[in-house]
Ligand binder design. Structure first.
Ligand code: ADP
Length: 341
């Protein structure tokens, strides 16, 4: 039987870990889940509801699938923006079978009315809905089968407090991965994709992948394409060229990341400046900057989030080749420049 992967979609799902051993890192979460799931199995009851948060591509969805696999449960997946009406969520909940896992991605985009249906469903396994309008409206209650809600979000601060408080199984923050962990993920993916790759190439991909497995896998595939088209071995030099072509620099910054930093330096004297203002100056979505760019820039120590807005650090000036910032913010005065009167 030939199982050669044929398209990117297939490749992505084939790279998703299907056992806990293949799921590299996040040891603290895995240890907690191990206890939670073992206890639930012994009680023959679905685990309590869980919330995972952290930047995209760190493995939240994969965790939900691993939990379903371990519990021998079916998983039904949806997302905050996909559930538009109360009727949508009512139909999802009433179609669950006992023990099912309901995975809701982008949970911060659930609207208030939907959240209000979820509270009693999560807390007491009841679906409360109101039928009709005005004085003739009546409320009905339907018991739901026992189920586990697993929600994932990139923006926990946007989740309402009542919703957050209902994840009895725990709220877990996924951390960025270490370079070593990303290296192991790249090595495994290269093996699955049957791509011969040198150690130095694995290290170079790991160094530039924003400490994020999904990005590491993407860069591996782009570097593989580059090696194939140029008929070159997949070594450090090939990875460097492939990523330079994608405008990914030595620190793994994209052109948008660099643009964010240089705009703050050029237009706002290094900050502080609000994220909305940065987004407008860049013609980017504010949420994209907050979800994708900021966490990595902060992790690298190039950007700081202060109560008054975002500020770039001296490291950012250095990385972009600017002269150091003066202590009061902005660029240092050039001693050779004549004062304009
Ligand atoms: P999220 O839901 O947080 O956006 P995903 O769970 O979809 O992230 O992960 C994206 C991809 O990254 C997965 O398909 C998988 O290939 C890879 N991945 C994520 N976490 C891990 C991990 N811990 N070990 C190995 N691969 C991982």
């Amino acid at each position: 039987m030939s199982s050669k992967p044929e398209n990117e979609y297939y490749l992505d799902s084939s790279l998703r870990p299907s056992t806990w051993e293949e799921y590299i890192g996040q040891d603290h979460i895995k240890a907690n889940l191990h206890i939670l799931l073992s206890a639930a199995r012994e009680r023959a009851h679905p685990p309590e509801h869980l919330l995972f948060y952290g930047p995209p591509g760190l493995g939240k969805t994969t965790l939900a699938y691993l939990i379903a696999h371990e519990m021998g449960a079916q998983i039904k997946t949806t997302s905050g923006p996909a559930i538009e009406k109360v009727g949508d969520v009512a139909s999802i909940l009433t179609n669950l079978s006992p023990g099912d896992i309901l995975f809701i991605d982008e949970a911060h985009r659930l609207n208030k009315l939907i959240e209000e249906v979820l509270y009693p469903a999560m807390e007491s396994g009841m679906l409360n809905i109101i039928i009709g309008k005005g004085p003739g409206a009546r409320s009905i209650q339907l018991p739901l089968p026992p189920f586990t809600l697993i929600a994932a979000t990139t923006r926990i601060s946007l989740l309402s407090a009542p919703l957050r408080s209902r994840f009895g199984g725990g709220t877990f923050r996924l951390e960025f991965y270490s370079e070593e962990e990303i290296g192991l993920i790249v090595e495994r993916s290269a093996h699955i994709l049957s791509v011969p790759i040198e150690e130095s190439a694995i290290a170079e991909i790991a160094r530039r992948s924003r400490f994020t497995p999904r990005i590491a896998n993407q860069y591996l595939k782009r570097a593989r394409d580059f090696a194939q088209v140029k008929q070159r071995p997949l070594n450090r030099g090939t990875v460097r060229e492939a990523l330079t072509l994608l405008e990914i620099d030595e620190l793994g910054l994209s052109s948008v990341d660099r643009h964010i930093l240089s705009i703050i330096i050029d237009k706002f004297h290094g900050g502080p400046v609000g994220v909305g203002t940065i987004a407008t100056a860049l013609s980017e979505e504010e949420s994209t900057i907050e979800d994708i760019n900021e966490p990595y820039l902060i992790q690298l120590g190039l950007l700081e989030r202060t109560p008054r807005g975002r500020t770039v650090t001296p490291l950012a000036y250095e990385h972009l080749g600017y002269p150091p910032a003066s202590p009061a913010g902005g660029l240092a005065a050039d001693p050779h420049q004549k004062t304009l009167l």
